[in-house]
Design a protein around this ligand. Structure first.
Ligand code: PEP
Ligand code: MG
Length: 322
């Protein structure tokens, strides 16, 4: 089966009737980027920068971060590289940061909330490092855990501040760097049309979107039977985000686990998802899946899937055809 998948290396990721998509990789460090290329990734759709902060006793300096981001940009040689700003808190703890434990970590002080609160010691150094690295490749910045356009504006203002500092210091960066929103909360999905007007791109984080739409802790095994992207509420939310992005003329990707789920792929293609980001080892199998569909069939599958009222019916239907 491996060698069969190998025949999909170098092929264009497009449907039978020529609709192109980008198949990208999720990474946690520069070494993963090399692996991503070995699996024929067309870009990096999610660099989880938390990993640079883990398994150590102090935060990585601006320079250390700069070297890591720059090396990914260079490894990818001009292919798009979406780097997510620090997404700690919730399930991702970093002991040396001395962050008080919340009673409800998933609904608490985390990600962009924490970064905006600790601009000087945490956010600014990361943004400066990202901007400096943007001179060496096709880097885009992604802001996680956005719940409204005000937070996104505040994050963009922080990027502008970092740009002004670099200007004063005569340091080069990409002035036109794209800044996008990770769409992973129910509020962001409901406000997707409004947020789309101010974002350069969307990337849907289905791992959290599912949790925050269904009120189901993504790590709680007692209720894991409720945690499913086939839930019609999650499907409608995903479709809403894609349509809102497309309406505003921005690119919409997905970097949650659902992007590599063969049962989700036809729905995502039907709704017009532009970029699918996943663990590198799933890229060739997903390319094979994409290349087997045409638009008419996709539309039929997506319409049918959305006609069901329950998760079980949707899952049953998709299992029958994928
Ligand atoms: C997501 O939430 O879907 C996602 C890709 O990010 P993470 O799993 O790191 O929260
Ligand atoms: Mg997430």
């Amino acid at each position: 089966e491996r060698s069969e998948l190998n025949s999909y290396r170098g092929k264009t990721s497009q449907t039978l009737d020529g609709v192109r998509v980008e198949l990208a990789a999720n990474i946690g460090n520069p070494d993963d980027a090399k692996k991503a290329l070995e699996y024929d990734a067309e870009g990096i759709g999610l660099f989880r920068t938390e990993f640079l902060f883990m398994d150590r006793n102090t935060a990585p300096s601006e320079n250390e971060q700069f070297e890591a981001y720059k090396s990914v940009a260079l490894i990818m040689g001009g292919k798009p590289v979406i780097i997510r700003t620090l997404d700690i808190g919730g399930d991702k703890e970093i002991p040396y940061m001395n962050i008080e434990k919340d009673e409800n970590p998933f609904l608490g002080y985390r990600a962009v909330r924490l970064c905006l609160d600790r601009k000087d010691d945490i956010y600014k150094p990361q943004l400066r490092a990202l901007l400096r690295a943007s001179a060496f490749g096709n880097i885009k910045i992604m802001i996680p855990f956005i719940t409204g356009v005000d937070e996104f504006r505040a994050a963009k203002a922080a990027v502008l501040e970092a740009m002004k500092e670099l200007d004063l210091e005569g340091i080069k960066y990409n002035r036109g760097i794209e800044i996008g929103v990770m769409m992973e909360t129910a509020a962001a999905s409901i406000m997707a049309d409004v947020i789309a007007k101010e974002a350069d791109f969307f990337s849907i984080g289905t791992n959290d979107l599912t949790q925050y739409t269904l009120a189901v802790d993504r790590g709680n095994t007692k209720i894991s039977y409720l945690y499913s992207t086939y839930n019609p509420a999650v499907l409608r939310s995903i479709r809403n985000i894609i349509y809102a992005g497309k309406n505003a003329g921005i690119s919409v990707g997905m970097c949650g686990e659902a992007a590599a789920d063969p049962k989700m792929v036809p729905l995502l293609l039907a709704w017009g998802l532009d970029e699918f980001s996943m663990s590198a080892s799933s890229i060739l199998k997903t390319r094979k899946a994409v290349m087997g569909y045409d638009t008419a069939l996709l539309k039929e599958i997506a319409d049918k899937a959305l006609s069901f009222a329950t998760e079980e019916e949707v899952r049953h239907y998709l299992e029958g055809i994928c």
